[in-house]
Design a protein around this ligand. Structure first.
Ligand code: KE4
Length: 428
């Protein structure tokens, strides 16, 4: 028995599913989760001495690659002065200034400790600012596990959101309306029915939690126009896309400005950081100055700020970082698509910059319904082959591949394509 198997057997008796976050349990791919001991650059290593090319990067934060020594040094230095003070610090002012400098739509920002907390807070601010209760989200988009976002996928103008989790009272989701990604008519229909009741539309500007689903031409611009027409707020959930697609996130990449933005992952460089921000007239509503309450013991924690600040400054100051990362992504995913096509494997490969995903379906995946046509058993075979040949991908069809600046065409990307080629020959 492997050490991972031993640990997993022990873990399942102590932690729900043996993991501290469900996707890590490998449930969708019928595998024993690999217990990790270390990571460095584009690599990650498990307790049994196996090393893999890492395409999860802690689900997005590791855009520079794992264990960047510059970030580590800043964390050690900050930790040496004390782990947390629960008081204002210069690092928080520096982080707020940096985010406002980098993201044009943001004039004021509040740090929290996770993407979920950022979304929960942004929704509350939107409701407080507009005095309205309803929120529009999109089927297939994930915004963390705050009650209001845990609604059953399903459109329908009059159907109030139905909880998609036990323990969520109907009252928490009755004001959450579901629309179809890349379908502006489904959004207009909701606004036609509730013209002055919708506080906000929240969207992943690139869907990355139903696999990767890019916005079709005009989709984000259309959401902007609809929100303007009905005086609702547009919230971009950039927990994944923030500081990934460009230094200005998806809003800079696509040129559409939201009213509020949520961040996570990269902003913390692997430490627990979330953030939400927007125009000052909106953010001034947040306590202690405004009437919308929000708080957090460890928000803006000095050690986490040190990590996030160092990573964001490197991304800001490294010439052509995003051009090179996104060009590697374009090349890698295009080559991957060619390999699957040459092997005549039904697939749809979607990508935007360094984010990508292969769906095992012959349909063009453009929303939740088409994403769900994927053959998840075929995905499980693909996943297992790659894992047993040194390639560490997300253990679910409905997640993303995350490239980092540490992955090189000549080495890791080339090796990965060779394994994918062999995989296709083996599984078709
Ligand atoms: P956290 O609370 O997990 O920091 O962020 C929630 C969240 C919010 N918004 C978007 C767009 C997200 O993708 C996430 C979390 N992403 C998942 C990966 N699909 C995190 C991995 C996990 O749940 O373990």
């Amino acid at each position: 028995m492997s050490r991972s198997e031993e640990l997993f057997r022990q873990a399942v008796e102590l932690i729900p599913g043996g993991v501290n976050s469900p996707v890590r349990a490998y449930g969708n791919v019928h595998e024993v989760p690999r217990f990790i001991v270390s990571a460095d650059g584009p690599y990650i290593s498990d307790v049994d001495g196996n090393t893999y090319v890492d395409y999860i990067g802690s689900w997005g934060p590791m855009i520079l690659g794992n264990n960047d020594k510059r970030i580590l040094d800043s964390v050690v230095k900050a930790a040496g002065k004390g782990l947390s003070f629960g008081a204002a610090t210069e690092a928080e002012v520096e982080m707020a200034q940096l985010v406002c400098d980098l993201v044009p739509s943001i004039e004021m920002v509040r740090m929290v400790n996770s993407g979920t907390e950022a979304v929960m807070s942004a929704l509350r601010v939107a409701r407080g600012y507009t005095g309205r209760n309803k929120i529009v989200k999109f089927m297939g988009c994930y915004h963390g596990h705050t009650d209001a976002m845990l609604v059953k996928a399903g459109s329908g103008v009059m159907t109030a959101g139905i909880p998609d989790s036990a323990g969520v009272p109907a009252g928490c989701t009755q004001d959450t309306l579901s629309a179809e990604y890349n379908n502006l008519d489904s959004v207009k229909e909701l606004f036609d029915s509730y013209p002055d009741e919708i506080a906000a539309v929240i969207v992943e500007p690139v869907g990355a939690n139903m696999g990767v689903v890019p916005p079709e031409e005009g989709f984000l611009e259309g959401l902007r126009a609809i929100c303007d027409k009905y005086s609702a707020l547009l919230i971009f959930d950039e927990v994944i896309t923030g500081f990934r697609l460009s230094l200005q996130g998806a809003q800079g990449y696509f040129g559409v400005q939201p009213d509020l933005t949520t961040f996570g992952k990269i902003i913390g460089a692997g430490m627990p950081v979330g953030a939400y921000g927007g125009r000052k007239e909106i953010m001034q509503l947040v306590s202690p100055v405004g009437k919308v309450y929000q708080a957090g013991t460890l928000s803006g924690n000095p050690v986490a700020m040190a990590a996030g600040l160092t990573q964001l400054k490197i991304l800001r100051d490294t010439p052509d970082f995003y051009e090179k990362l996104n060009a590697n992504g374009d090349w890698f995913y295009t080559e991957m698509d060619k390999i699957l096509t040459d092997h005549q494997i039904p697939h749809c490969l979607n990508h935007v910059g360094s984010l990508g995903c292969v769906f095992f379906t012959e349909k063009k995946v453009k929303d939740y319904v088409t994403a769900k046509t994927s053959d998840t058993e075929a995905f499980a075979k693909y996943f297992k082959y790659l894992l047993t040949h040194g390639i560490y991908m997300a253990p679910s069809q409905f997640e993303a591949i995350f490239l980092s600046g540490a992955h090189t065409k000549e080495n890791e990307l080339k090796k990965t394509l060779e394994v994918i080629d062999a995989c296709c020959a083996a599984i078709k």
